[in-house]
Design a protein around this ligand. Structure first.
Ligand code: ADP
Length: 280
């Protein structure tokens, strides 16, 4: 296989087995995988939601998970920081390696894991506390020993919110606009200095201006953090991600590769039909 072929995205001959090609594609900067999923199956009771998912997520890049509603994107996202543990009927099989350690090993503390792999949800969900406390709270309960004021400012700057709120840090986070609340939640997620930020449709409840601010912010924070984002908005995935994983109905990962390649020349006919709007 030539170098250029090695950089192509890989379409899975069998469902659920798409794997990342290396990073020699034209839009990709070289990056090591920080997360490796190997043969992940997820069941809710008797119902299987994900089938044999394997993929490698590069560090300090944006990876988008796309596909029709119900195909398992959020379920996969929640596998990465063991949020599925909180759903009693959920059962996960397979390996999810984070920095080469299986997060499902018995000696992994899910709370500590979630400090390394933070999460932002679809609906902005600030605590009913001040702007300052929303960001400081997590640091305080983890016993952060540094300068909390400085860390709060850094996180709010990192979330492109500092200039708008620096004179009202004691006001309630709930008094902010929806877009500001979501940036506050991003500040809260990045304050403990995680390695990975998971985002589950973080802009779908926002207006176009706030959406565009969140998209700019995602590009910015991916210089420092690995971002994995679920979106139902294909244009958004095309705009902001380096890698795209396409899940289709039945919980299969059908194709995974460089975003340009997936959108311009997908290997799978099913993916082409999906992204050209023939179904989904
Ligand atoms: P997507 O994010 O692609 O819309 P989900 O991961 O939310 O898909 O859902 C995948 C499948 O798992 C769907 O069939 C959904 O109904 C099911 N599912 C998701 N969450 C739960 C849950 N808490 N309990 C039972 N079934 C669930």
């Amino acid at each position: 296989m030539s170098d250029s072929e090695a950089g192509e995205s890989v379409s899975s001959p069998t469902p659920g087995t798409a794997v990342a090609a290396d990073d020699s594609g034209d839009n990709a900067r070289a990056a090591e995988p920080i997360i490796k999923a190997r043969g992940i199956n997820v069941f809710y009771g008797e119902t299987q939601a994900l089938r044999n998912i394997s993929m490698e997520i590069p560090e300090k890049r944006v990876t988008a998970l796309i596909g029709p509603s119900g195909c398992g994107k959020s379920t996969f996202l929640r596998c990465i920081n063991r949020m599925n543990d909180l759903i009693p009927s959920a059962r996960v099989e397979g390996e999810l390696l984070f920095e080469n350690k299986n997060v499902y090993d018995e000696d992994v503390d899910p709370v500590a894991l979630r400090r390394k792999i933070g999460m932002v949800f679809q609906q902005p969900n600030p605590f009913p506390k001040s702007i300052y406390d929303n960001v400081a709270y997590g640091l305080q309960i983890q016993g952060y020993e540094g300068d909390i004021d400085a860390r709060v400012e850094e996180a709010l700057r990192g979330a492109a919110l500092w200039d708008e709120v620096k004179d009202q840090l004691n006001s309630s986070g709930l008094d902010l606009s929806g877009g500001q609340q979501q940036r506050l939640c991003i500040a809260r997620a990045i304050a403990p200095d995680p390695d990975v930020v998971l985002m589950d449709e973080p802009a779908s409840a926002l207006d176009p201006v706030a959406t565009s601010q969140i998209e700019d912010l995602i590009a910015d924070i991916s210089k420092e953090f690995t971002v994995v984002i679920v979106t139902h908005n294909m244009q958004q995935a095309a705009r902001i991600s380096d890698k795209t994983a396409v899940f289709l109905t039945g919980g299969e990962l059908v194709e995974f590769g460089d975003t340009n390649k997936i959108f311009e020349n997908p290997s799978s006919q099913k993916v082409e039909d999906y992204i050209t709007g023939k179904f989904g």
